[in-house]
Design a binder for this molecule. Structure first.
Ligand code: NAD
Ligand code: UFG
Length: 344
């Protein structure tokens, strides 16, 4: 399939583009590099052994999106592009609603107009919010608790409404749990700008000496060791989930949500220990107050993806830590040199 991958230069997109090539598909990247680098695309091409087609464009530019979809001869779209920082979304809600929702509307308009009816969308476990249970199944009501999460929830609803409005749509909504790790080559990985919001990239930067210590946000949660528990998923497993979803779309009438997670929770301190084993050095940390809006514990029920996508995770926490460390130690400043953003 010839697949338009919006946000394909980003963290999850770049790994998925490679997985698509490996599965015999033909991905085309659309990205505006708002949170990524052309170097990522160059390296994916190098790993794939062929030049990946790249279109530099902003999804907020509706006429450009229309032209790209009209001319692209695409069989399907994987829609990664969007903004994703929870804290920033609370400070700048309009920017998040505009960036995430308006860009999706532009894309769907163009797809509808030009007869592309297959789409896989990057949703998030954050759509469940406070669910009253720790293991999330797809039937739980959506209850996102911050503007970022609400953009994902609203886009899911828009996709459902679109699917219900006319026959012929095949829509997969992938609810990712906590993507971490990197390609085992150490050539592509996660390259957050500024201070990382998420645990594993922060730990990686402590290990490589860019930060002094980790702040563990709370050690008095009702969890086995008191720290937050999440379902970490290796980004290469996650990339494989996209290929599986794309290939299963033909069986979807309308829209369908799948959790992509391992079904296993790990605590903050378990992540720290795994990273210490991988890097062979201690990760200094201090216990800090809880972070606003954090839930104590949640993880996926991945049964539906196993049954319908014939997909499950294969890599564990030690693989995630090993590959994250391999990437971070080979690229201490990600795709840059460390000169670009002295604040980072
Ligand atoms: P990322 O920031 O690395 O990738 C997103 C890409 O989209 C970037 O390359 C960025 O430049 C591009 N982009 C943003 N706005 C754009 C626009 N208007 N036009 C064109 N390109 C644009 O993020 P990621 O971690 O790879 O996440 C990919 C998707 O998965 C996002 O939608 C994110 O919300 C979702 N998601 C991520 C996580 C996570 O923890 N990483 C968890 C759940 C869901
Ligand atoms: N944590 C720390 N210190 C840090 C960063 C995180 O102790 O510096 C803790 C958090 O409190 C939490 C755990 O590590 O217990 C994981 O935190 P992350 O920020 O890595 O991940 P979250 O589960 O909070 O959020 C992530 C993504 C969201 C997504 C959500 C659900 O950032 O975009 O998973 O899928 F919506």
């Amino acid at each position: 399939m010839r697949v338009l991958t919006t946000g394909g230069a980003g963290y999850i997109g770049s790994h998925t583009v490679l997985a698509l090539v490996e599965a015999g598909h033909e991905p085309v990247i659309l990205d505006n590099f708002a949170n990524s680098s052309p170097e990522a695309v160059r390296r994916v091409s190098e790993l794939a052994g062929r030049e990946i087609e790249l279109i530099e464009a902003d999804l907020l530019d509706a006429p450009a999106v229309d032209r790209i979809v009209a001319d692209g001869n695409f069989d399907a779209v994987i829609h990664f592009a969007g903004l994703k920082a929870v804290g920033e979304s609370a400070a700048q809600p309009l920017r998040y609603y505009r960036s995430n929702i308006l860009s999706t509307l532009n894309l769907l308009d163009a797809m509808q107009k030009h007869g592309v009816r297959n789409v896989v969308f990057s949703s998030s476990a954050t759509v469940y919010g406070e669910a009253g249970t720790v293991q999330y199944t797809e039937e739980l009501p959506l209850n996102a608790m911050n503007p970022y999460g609400r953009t994902k929830m609203h886009i899911e609803q828009i996709l459902d409404d679109l699917a219900a409005s006319e026959p012929g749509w095949h829509i997969g909504k992938l609810r990712y749990f906590n993507p971490v790790g990197a390609h085992p080559s150490g050539r592509i990985g996660e390259d957050p700008r500024g201070i990382p919001n998420n645990l594993m990239p922060f730990v990686s930067q402590v290990a490589v000496g860019r930060r002094e210590h980790l702040n563990v946000f709370g050690d008095d949660y009702p969890t086995p060791d008191g720290t937050g528990v999440r379902d970490y998923i290796h980004v290469v497993d996650l990339a494989g989930g996209h290929v599986a979803a794309l290939e299963a779309l033909g069986d979807v009438r309308g829209s369908r949500a799948w959790n992509l997670g391992s079904g296993q929770g790990s605590s903050v301190l378990e992540v720290v220990r795994a990273f210490e084993r991988a890097a062979g050095r201690p990760i200094p940390y201090v216990v800090a107050p809880r972070r606003d809006g954090d839930l104590p514990e949640f993880f996926a029920d991945p049964t539906l993806a196993r049954l319908e996508l014939h997909w499950k995770t294969e890599r564990g926490l030690d693989d995630m830590a090993r590959d994250a460390w391999n990437w971070q130690s080979k690229n201490p400043f990600g795709y840059g040199t460390g000169e670009e953003d002295p604040e980072a």
